[in-house]
Design a protein around this ligand. Sequence first.
Ligand code: ADQ
Length: 464
Amino acid sequence: MPRLVVVSNRVADPRRTAAGGLAVALAEALNQSGGLWFGTSGAVTERDAGGTPGEAALQVQRAGDVTLATVDLSRDDHDAYYLGYSNGVLWPVFHYRLDLADFDAGSIEGYRRVNRMFARKLMPLLRPDDVVWVHDYHLIPLAAELRAMGSTHRIGFFLHIPLPPPLILAAIPQHEWLMRSLFAHDLLGFQAQADVEHFARYVRNEGRAEQRRDDLFHAFGRSVRARAFPIGIDVDEFESLLAGRDAQDTLATMREQYAKRQLLVGVDRLDYSKGLPQRVRAFQRLLERYPENRNSATLIQVASPSREDVHAYADIRRELEGLCGAINGEYGELDWMPVRYIHRTVARRRLPGLYRAARVGLVTPLRDGMNLVAKEFVAAQDPADPGVLVLSRFAGAAERLGEHALLVNPYDTQGTADAIQHALRMPIDERRARHARLLAQIRTHDVHRWQREFLQTLTEDPPA
Ligand code: ADQ
C-alpha cells in the first residue's frame, strides 16, 4: 500500500475528539499507511519575530503512526492567503455571493506565494510512490506547483464547498488560472452531482475540454477524472459521544428546562452561507402565523465565532443579534424567551445531547457544500421518538437526504415557517419512517466510505 500524504490548510491532531469526524476519518486512512499530514499550524508569526516572512521552519511531530508536519504563516501571508483570497474571494464566490467578494489585487499574490511555499516545503518530504490528497479551496494551485517542481505523484483534490456555475465562477479575475490548476490533479472530488455538472460545463465551454468518458476530462495537455464523493459523518463515533456523560448530562438538562416546550435547534458556524437571519425570520413568521406555538416553541441557535477578521462576518453577527433581540422583545414572556442565541462553540461531546433534545433540527443554509450538522442531527435522534430534519434544498446534503427530510427554500420565509409547523405537528409514525430512511442513508454513506472510495479511485489505474 502506498503511503498517504494529506494536505490541508489546517492540520488537526486526530487524537483529540474536538477534531471531529473528518479528522478521525483522515487519521484512519493515514494510520493504515503510516502517513503524513501537512498544513499550517494555525499560528501566525509577526513579521519581525524571526526569519523571512512566510518561510518559517517546518515543525514535525508524531501522533501515533502518523506524522504531522506544519508551518506557521507570517501575518502578511495569513492576511493575504487566508483572509484575503481564500475567505474574501473564493469562499463568497463559490457560495454564489458575488456581492460579498473583495477582489483586492494584493491577495492573489499572497495566495500564490503560500501555495508555492507549501510545495517547496512538501516536495522534499515526498517519497516517489506516495499518494497525495489535497483538501479544499485554500490549496487549488498546490498540485500545479508540485508538478512544476517535477512531481509525478498521484494527486487528488477534494473540494469541501460547492463549485458554482460557470458564469459565477467567471467573476473571479483569475478563474482560468484556477480551473487550469485543477487539471494538475489526477482526480477531483466534489460533494454533489450538481458541482460536477458545473465543473463539466465550465471546462467544456471555457477550457474547450474534451469529455472522454463520463468522468474523464482532457484539457490543457492533461486528463483529470471528476466525480461526486459526498462526505458523511462517523456514525459510530457520534453514537458513542451520545452515550457519553457530557451528552447525557446535556440531554437531561435540556429535557428538564424545556419539559413543557418544543425545542428547535440550529448549530452552525456564524457564516453568511448558513442562512441564519433567514432562519430566524422564518421562526418569527411561525410565531406570527401559528400562534399556538407562542409560549411553547423555543429556538436554540448556537453559532460559533468564525473568521471574525473578515468584514462580512461582523455584519452577519450584528444582523442576527438584532433579529433575535426583536423577536424576544415582541413575543417573550416573563417565563419564556422564544430564541436563545448563543455565540459560542458547544463542546463536541455535548452536541449529540443537544440534538437529541430537539423536536426539530433546522439546517437551512443558503448554499452549502454538504452540511454535516444535518447528518449529526439524524444520527443523534431516538429512533422510537425522533425529531424532524428541516433541510435547505441548497445544501449538498439535500441531494441524498431531500426525499425524507422536509425540504425548504430558505429564501421563502412563509414556506419555511409552514415546513417548521409541519415538523412540529408531524405524527409519530411519519417521524419514525422518515428518520429510519435518513439514518440508513447516513450509515451507508458515512465518512469512512467517502475516504475509501476517494482513495480507491485515486489509486486505481486511470481509465484508458
Ligand atoms: P462547515 O462550513 O464548517 O464545513 P458543516 O458541514 O456543517 O460546515 O460542519 C460543521 C462541523 O462543525 C460539524 O461537525 C458541527 O458539529 C461543528 N459545528 C458547527 N457549529 C458548531 C458550534 N456552534 N458548536 C460546536 N460545533 C459546531 C465545510 C463545508 C460543508 C461540508 C464540510 C465537510 O462548508 O458544506 O459539509 O466542510 O466537508
